[in-house]
Structures are given as structure tokens and as C-alpha cells.
Design a binder for this molecule. Structure first.
Ligand SMILES: *Cc1c(COP(=O)(O)O)cnc(C)c1O
Length: 402
């Protein structure tokens, strides 16, 4: 049914609710949760045929499960992709791309502004397996080009970047990669398919931390990779063996979360824009980083690539002299929050606040952090769906103490 719906060219709002549905003989209306680790065969011959792949069908939940398959079909439809595989977490989705696509001796180009753990994967783990990475400025397309080597195999793009919301020129970078026979993958966790569809902008693969906006209410972890059938076959070979499978329960929670994705992304973006505009005029705030602001250096590019700015706003707290503040000023704002949750997660209906330099990016070296522009006075808020006046009042509490 997922495929049938895709071919009807339904709109995103409809696909988020109706895409990817398998129905049992009980005719349930809501998608069923299949809590089973294995599937029975009619006889020995069928077991053999299922294992060899001669016959389609479920075998074992590390390979696939009907609830997970529904989520995969729904995400593929939303992304305009041929196929999707889900994973236990966003990091295992990224790992699956790396393990499926790269080998020792390969080289990767990516941006300095990556999610901290992704950066650690490329900087600290992959070199042990003979895969080198060059980190460049997210926004300098010529720097990506200059970093290409004969053995470059992958452009890994995360846009907007976390936490400073730098926008990568996805159409330009993916076209450059394709021309040179290099694969491109985009981490679309911040935008989701509702705000940005990288496959339609030229990306070969898209990865998600479904933990964030796709799920939307901070309940379970999950991840996904979408792309062409041919490429995803390689990703799947690793998933079957490596085993970072998504549980049926988590898949079901995410599947239900996606049904409200379109409404949520629009509401997150509206609230975030109001918070960003308010912060921009606040005497205790320096720079504000939000793609929806006209003052954002790549506002026009963001408008071209994204349907709206998304939920994440970063900003620099000033000290009492109006100079860039440090850890003390930033922590004062965090500690004064009574409503906004002090937590590392984002993409929740609840607003969250994070001090990146001592948490999510704390393991990145001080030098790399500064090069990425993440100073100690920077805070990141994932603007939730509470009333925006309450969110601003909560931030004001700490700002007026500085
Ligand atoms: C959270 C996040 C990840 C990692 O996802 P997990 O589900 O926590 O493993 C990867 N990329 C981005 C942009 C993220 O925000």
C-alpha cells in the first residue's frame, strides 16, 4: 500500500498520515504493533526459501518486522526515495551508511559544524579503520571542492548545522559530488521531510535521528536511512549483520509521531521565529542564529531549500558590559529556566535548552570548537510548542539577571 500511495502523488501532510500501511486480516484501523522476534514458516521448504531470499517474507526481526516496514515505507514516501531502512538510533543510521558505503583507504569530506557524536565518529573512530575525513566550512562550497582527493568517496552534509544553523548549499554540493563520482549523504534530522527533501535536491542518501522531530515527544530512540534501492541494499547488508535494529515498539511510537509531523514542524517554526526575532532585539543578546531571520547570512539559501526555519535557535549571551559573555552568563540563563527543560535532547514538543560547549560539544577539542564558532556564551534552544510568551518569559528570567 505504501508504494501504491507514493505513485498517486499525495501531498506530504497526507503521506505522513496515510503512507506505508500494512493491514492484517483483523482490519485494524490504527497500525498494528508486531511484538515478535521471529516468524513461523509453513514448512522446511518455505524456511529455506525465505532464508535464501527466493521467497519474500518475514524471517527474524533483526532483518525486518511489519511495524518497522510500515515506518520505512512511510519515510521513503515522505522523502521521495525508493527505499528506507530503519535503525535503533540516528548514530547507527550514520554508522550503517559508513559501513555500507566505505572501505579502508576511502576519504570523506564533511563540515566542521557537525553534531558532536557524528564528528567523533569521523574524527576518532573511522581513522582506526583506514578511513580519513577532511572537515571544511559548512558554507564554503569551494572549500568542499578543494578538499576532494582521488580517493574521496563520500560528502557527508548536515544542514542546518547544530547548534549554529549554518546552511549547506545542498544542490551545489550534491551536484559537485555526483560529477566526481562521489556519494552524498544528508543528515536531515533538524528539518525532516516536511521542511526539506534532500533527495529531490540531489542527495544520494538521507539519514535521520528519528529520536528528534520524527518521533516528536522525546519518548524513544530511532534512526533511518533513505535512498535508492541499489545503495540501500549495501546499507541493509551491514544492518542484517551488525544488528542495530529498530524495535517494533519504537517503530510504532515513531509511526504515530509522524502523523502529526507536518503540524508540529510548522508550529515549531512559527514559535522559533518569534523567539529568534525577540532575542535579536534583546539588549543582553549578541548574535542570534536562526535560518528564518532576515539577518541570517544564508537566509535566502535557507528560503530556497527549506519550507521554514525549524525549531532550533542558537544565540550568544552578553555580559553586563555588552561584551560576548562566557560560561557564567550562559549558565545563569540555563539555571534560571523553570519551564524550558535543561536537557541534551531536541525536537520535542517541550522546549529544551543546552549549553553546547560543555555538553553536546564538550568532547570536541577547544580549538575545533572555536573554529566551529561554538564559544562559551552560546546557548541552543529547541523551541517547543508551549505558548511562545511563556517560553520568552522563561528565557527573560535568566537574561535579566545578567
Ligand atoms: C541527535 C542527532 C543525531 C544522533 O541521533 P541519536 O538518535 O541520538 O543516535 C545525529 N544527527 C543529528 C543532527 C542529531 O541531532
Amino acid at each position: 500500500m505504501g508504494e501504491q500511495l507514493q505513485s498517486e502523488h499525495l501531498e506530504l501532510e497526507t503521506l505522513a498520515i496515510r503512507g506505508g500501511k500494512l493491514q492484517t486480516g483483523f482490519n485494524e484501523h490504527s497500525e498494528a504493533m508486531f511484538l515478535t522476534s521471529s516468524f513461523v514458516f509453513d514448512n522446511a521448504a518455505q524456511a529455506a526459501a525465505r532464508f535464501s531470499g527466493a521467497e519474500d517474507g518475514y524471517v527474524y526481526a533483526r532483518f525486518s518486522n511489519p511495524t518497522v516496514a510500515m515506518l520505512q515505507d512511510r519515510l521513503a514516501a515522505l522523502d521521495g526515495a525508493e527505499a528506507c531502512y530503519c535503525t535503533a538510533t540516528g548514530m547507527s543510521a550514520i554508522l550503517a551508511v559508513v559501513m555500507g558505503m566505505l572501505k579502508a583507504g576511502d576519504h570523506v569530506v564533511t563540515s566542521r559544524g557537525l553534531f558532536g557524536t557524528t564528528r567523533q565518529l569521523f574524527a576518532n573512530v573511522l581513522p582506526r579503520f583506514g578511513i580519513e575525513t577532511t572537515f571544511v566550512s559548512q558554507t564554503d562550497t569551494t572549500a568542499w571542492e578543494a578538499a576532494i582527493r582521488p580517493n574521496t568517496r563520500l560528502f557527508f552534509i548536515e544542514t542546518p548545522s547544530n547548534p549554529l544553523t549554518e546552511i549547506a548549499d545542498v544542490p551545489a554540493l550534491t551536484a559537485m559530488a555526483r560529477q566526481r563520482g562521489i556519494l552524498s549523504a544528508v543528515d536531515n534530522s533538524f528539518c525532516t521531510p516536511i521542511l526539506q527533501r534532500p533527495i529531490l535536491q540531489g542527495a544520494d542518501l538521507v539519514v535521520y535521528s528519528a529520536t528528534k522531530f520524527l518521533e516528536g515527544q522525546g519518548r524513544v530512540l530511532g534512526g533511518a536511512v533513505t535512498g535508492s534501492k541499489v545503495l540501500l541494499e549495501e546499507v541493509y547488508k551491514f544492518l542484517r549483520i551488525g544488528g542495530p535494529s529498530l524495535s517494533a515498539f519504537n517503530a510504532w511510537v515513531i509511526l504515530k509521531g509522524i502523523e502529526t509531523l507536518s503540524l508540529r514542524m510548522k508550529a515549531h517554526s512559527e514559535n522559533a521565529l518569534k523567539v529568534a526575532q525577540w532575542l535579536e532585539h534583546h539588549p543582553r543578546i549578541g548574535r542570534v542564529f536562526y535560518p528564518g531571520l532576515v539577518s541570517h547570512p544564508q537566509h535566502e539559501l535557507a528560503q530556497r531549500l527549506q519550507a521554514a526555519g525549524g525549531a532550533v535557535v542558537a544565540f550568544e549571551v552578553l555580559d553586563e558590559h555588552g561584551q560576548s559573555g562566557g560560561r557564567e552568563e550562559a549558565w545563569r540563563v540555563v539555571d534560571a529556566c523553570r519551564l524550558i527543560s535543561v536537557t541534551a535532547n531536541l525536537g520535542d514538543v517541550k522546549s529544551t535548552i543546552t549549553h553546547p560547549s560543555t555538553t553536546t560539544h564538550g568532547r570536541v577539542s577547544a580549538e575545533d570548537r572555536l573554529q566551529a564558532g561554538i564559544t562559551e556564551g552560546i546557548l541552543r534552544v529547541s523551541v517547543g510548542l508551549e505558548n511562545v510568551a511563556d517560553i520568552m518569559a522563561d528565557l527573560e528570567r535568566g537574561l535579566s539577571r545578567n
